[in-house]
Design a protein around this ligand. Structure first.
Ligand SMILES: [Fe+2]
Length: 173
């Protein structure tokens, strides 16, 4: 199931004094793509925080391996945040980047407790799979809007999430 929060508030877009883009997309097309990228940014931020949380708080027999694996994964997610945000700026809009805005935009859930190590892996896997399903839909919508650059970017991102999901899934028989 794709979770896409239609009700998010995008009224802050184009509030600043910035020059309009002239890149062959209508305002409606670029706004649609920016909304998608904003949801993706929020999901990625939430998953970055969760992965870093688990890097710090994992315990058990496999501590060393999981501590290191989560380190690699949160570092890669952190790098992607800048790429997603700068893609939004390239389309001429400002980036929703406060906790309140990201909370409104994400469809991922936070963890309150410290889960067992296996549960951590399962939770991260489920979040990556949610993002992969979302991206599959979003890429189609971005293609419909005629945005080749974002389509290419999101296609590369889906491959990255699929690889991480495979690594997480491989912990289970
Ligand atoms: Fe660390």
């Amino acid at each position: 199931m794709v979770c896409f929060l239609e009700a998010a508030d995008f009224s802050f877009f184009q509030k600043g004094h910035i020059m309009k883009t002239n890149i062959g997309m209508t305002k409606a097309e670029s706004s649609k793509v920016v909304e998608i990228l904003s949801h993706y940014l929020a999901d990625s931020y939430y998953l970055y925080i969760k992965t870093h949380n688990f890097h710090w708080n994992v315990t058990g027999m496999y501590f060393q391996n999981l501590h290191k694996l989560f380190d690699e994964q949160y570092s890669a997610l952190f790098e992607s945040l800048d790429q997603i945000a700068e893609r939004i700026r390239s389309l001429g809009e400002f980036v929703p980047a406060t906790f309140a805005q990201l909370k409104e935009l994400t469809c991922l859930k936070e963890t309150k407790d410290i889960p067992k190590d296996r549960e951590m892996i399962k939770m991260l896997l489920e979040d990556h799979e949610t993002i992969i399903r979302n991206l599959r839909t979003w890429i189609e919508e971005v293609d419909e809007a005629g945005d080749a650059g974002t389509s290419d970017f999101l296609t590369a991102r889906i491959e990255e999430h699929e690889k991480i999901a495979w690594m997480l899934r491989s912990h289970f028989d």
